[in-house]
Ligand binder design. Structure first.
Ligand code: GLA
Length: 379
């Protein structure tokens, strides 16, 4: 956390910038964006002010992040024809998020993905969580980290960087231990969005933090992601039961629709996967260093997204529950498979699966993990 100055929620800008309003998309488009970070009001939630930060890099790529849920609301970048568009599903006002869309762009915690039947044990203590995805617990419960207001600070460095902090008290959503969480988002000049997660606890707990951005590299939600090509460096995946809980098996992808070891169109075999892709891939990486684990590309836009992580798993979710009922801020229906998530993580239900890498965090230990989404364009 070197170089971070915790600026109180009132102070705004760390770099000189010509952007004055983050809410006025039209006038912003006309202006040449200046590298840096700006802050704007974004409404209120839980009786607290919510802010929207805009991170701009030297190329003019802009990522917007709100302190509500730590949500990345948009990522605007140029395609191969230099046309700028937003590659994320999201909204331009807080109301869209308060209506509880399925975790668009959000920070997920205390435990990303599912815990079977909402219960787990640490030593002899049994903990009970909300079964908000009946019969299981999903993404931290009824009010996970995606639905709380985070404290924010900006970093006084050469890259636009936003530090979000949240204190999750002992017993919140049923989890043990007071947990101090910091998430730092940094946008580099190479169009990398780096997400660094840190946490400590005062009592043994479980933790599995991730981000839930839905990507659509066409930059247009009227297209599905079925023509996107995906490559995942995973020879195995964790098959699930009918409630999406891993059976405990680690199964080879070879000869199955889960084989993304070579770049493959998502739509090619999706029909043979009941319900679509919503599975944890067991990454081939052998240690917890930061490694490239997946590449997503889309030919028409020329965009490519590379995923790097320190985590052992990657949840590939093909937007199977999107059904057109949610609309974008400009009224377009968000239909089936119009966005996909690549959630870096420990495996689902690890607290109940002793053979999976552990998600236990003990007092005195430091939870630290980094994931990077790197965007590029080939012309
Ligand atoms: C995750 C889960 C999915 C679904 C989405 C949100 O990716 O794995 O099953 O719950 O979140 O709709």
């Amino acid at each position: 956390m070197k170089g971070i100055s915790l600026i109180s929620l009132g102070i705004a800008v760390i770099f000189a910038t010509s952007i004055t309003s983050c809410n006025n998309q039209k006038s912003e488009d006309k202006m040449e964006p200046t590298k840096g970070i700006t802050k704007a009001a974004f409404g209120n939630a839980d009786g607290k002010e919510v802010f929207l930060y805009t991170l701009t890099n030297a190329k003019g790529t802009q990522v917007k992040i709100t302190t509500y849920g730590g949500i990345v609301t948009s990522w605007v970048s140029a395609d191969k024809n230099d046309k700028k568009s937003n590659i994320l599903l999201g909204f331009d006002s807080l109301g869209g998020y308060l209506a509880k869309p399925p975790y668009f762009g959000a920070l997920i915690g205390r435990y990303g993905n599912r815990i079977a039947k909402g219960t787990f044990k640490i030593d002899t203590s049994v903990y009970t969580l909300a079964t908000n995805n009946s019969p299981n617990h999903l993404h931290g419960g009824n009010k996970g980290f995606d639905k709380v207001v985070w404290e924010s600070a900006t970093e006084n460095d050469s890259l636009p960087s936003l530090l979000l902090s949240y204190f999750s008290r002992d017993g919140e959503e049923g989890y043990p231990g007071n947990l101090k969480v910091d998430v730092q988002y940094t946008l580099t000049d190479d169009d990398e969005l780096k997400i660094e997660y840190n946490a400590t606890t005062d009592k043994a707990t479980v933790i599995n933090l991730t981000n839930h951005c839905y990507f659509n590299l066409t930059g247009d939600v009227s297209n599905t992601i079925l023509d996107h090509e995906l490559e995942i460096d995973a020879d195995n995946y964790t098959p699930v039961d009918s409630t999406l809980i891993p059976t405990g098996k680690i199964t080879p992808v070879k000869g199955t629709p889960f084989d993304f070891t070579k770049a493959t169109k998502i739509g090619l075999r999706i029909d043979s996967v009941e319900g679509g892709y919503d599975h944890n891939f067991v990454l081939n990486k052998k240690d917890s260093t930061l490694k490239k684990v997946a590449t997503l590309s889309e030919a028409k836009s020329g965009r490519k997204l590379e995923v790097f992580t320190m985590e052992p798993g990657l949840q590939f979710y093909s937007g199977n529950f999107l059904d057109g009922t949610i609309k974008t801020s400009d009224g377009k229906a968000i239909n089936l498979h119009t966005g996909l998530c690549l959630e870096t993580q420990h495996f689902p239900d690890s607290p109940n699966q002793p053979a999976f890498p552990s998600t236990l965090l003990l007092p005195g230990q430091k939870y630290h993990t980094v994931s990077v989404y790197k965007l590029s364009v080939s012309k």
